[in-house]
Design a protein around this ligand. Structure first.
Ligand code: KG4
Ligand code: ZN
Length: 334
């Protein structure tokens, strides 16, 4: 069955559009909102306003680049949730308006499911069942993926997300937002064993990242009291050590999940899957553990509409459409 779908992502601070034709992603246009940097985090009100300013140009670019006319579309897909309400409203309303005007079906996509399905944009693709560690600024989940549209969360954070832990650690050191990529950059030049932090234990396959944030804050406070230049002098070692700690927390849970389920197809997704410490650790462990490790291209790790497009393609094939009365969901379980 022919399928030409326009997908829209606006859950947080990236306005993105993608056109997918018969399961092949043709483009992935992203407008990033830089203004949040000076506030040290995403300001929801500014994010939704920026989505409104960017959305027409981003969608037009995706359509023009794909040489697709609005009348050629078979469906319009959008991120329904989870995300920031004002941000989600922009993409959702735009998709609804377009679907109404063109009389085309609508497809709602769960942002977290889309992060997992980013693995099906390009080859190699994981075989079912596989485990996906979905790690972003808002989520930390271990997902058991049985099929494209059949997945369940078997472990998740009980407080902060790991991306938040990276960003907060960076903020405490005075680095700009989002600090995750900067910690990654400086960590490459540092010694990951320079400083040790203690692990918090959680039941089952769940995570907790609020303890490490406090631990890290007190660690720096004590070191800076002894040497006011501690952060500048040891920045690389501090970044390498905190990254090592966070990666170990993630990977040890993933090892347990693999042992419990017997699944050795291991994937990572979400913004933090761009982290080179996590990528290197998983690739290094793979032969020893007998794992096949799947890591998405950088472009598909952080928020993007290509992952919404691929998720929409599978929903289109399944005939899973949404009514025009749909509203965004700030929380939306997988
Ligand atoms: O998936 P994403 O783009 O947005 C959410 O849905 O949250 O993830 C953004 C998060 C931020 O916390 C950012 O600091 C983190 O991903 N991140 C990284 C790296 N690249 C992005 N964290 C560590 N290392 C990186 N290289
Ligand atoms: Zn995301």
């Amino acid at each position: 069955m022919r399928s030409i779908i326009l997908a829209i992502e606006s859950s947080c601070d990236e306005t993105s559009a993608s056109v997918i034709v018969n399961g092949k992603v043709l483009n992935n246009i992203i407008a990033t909102q830089a203004m949040h940097q000076k506030y040290g985090g995403v300001v929801p009100e500014l994010a939704s306003r920026a989505h409104q300013q960017n959305i027409v140009a981003v969608i037009k670019e995706a359509m023009d680049d794909a040489h697709i006319l609005p009348t050629d579309l078979d469906a319009i897909a959008f991120t329904r949730g989870p995300g920031l309400l004002g941000s989600l409203l922009v993409g959702t309303s735009f998709a609804k308006g377009l679907a109404l005007a063109l009389d085309k079906p609508l497809i709602e996509v769960n942002h977290m499911q889309a992060h997992v399905l980013a693995h099906f944009i390009d080859d190699p693709q994981p075989a079912f069942p596989f485990l996906c560690l979905t790690v972003s600024g808002g989520h930390t989940q271990i997902v058991l993926v049985e099929d494209h549209l059949k997945m369940k969360v078997i472990g998740e954070t009980q407080d902060d997300a790991v991306g938040e832990a990276f960003d907060k650690a960076a903020k405490i050191m005075g680095l700009p937002y989002p600090g995750g990529p900067l910690i990654d950059k400086y960590a490459k030049l540092g010694n990951p064993k320079a400083f040790k932090f203690s692990q918090t234990s959680m039941p089952g396959l769940d995570f907790s990242f609020s303890g490490i944030k406090t631990q890290f804050m007190y660690f720096l406070r004590d070191e800076v009291a002894k040497n006011p230049n501690f952060i500048e002098e040891r920045l690389n070692d501090i970044c390498a050590s905190i990254q090592e700690h966070l990666v170990t927390m993630l990977v040890s849970r993933l090892e347990e999940a693999s042992e419990q389920t017997g699944i050795k197809q291991i994937a990572i997704a979400g913004g933090v899957s761009a982290n080179s410490g996590l990528r290197n650790r998983l690739n290094g462990m793979a032969p020893k553990k007998g794992w096949n490790v799947y890591i998405p291209a950088f472009e598909y790790c952080t928020d993007n509409a290509a992952m919404i497009a691929i998720a929409a393609y599978y929903k289109f094939r399944a005939g899973d459409f949404t009514g025009l009365d749909v509203t965004p969901l700030v929380r939306m379980p997988i």
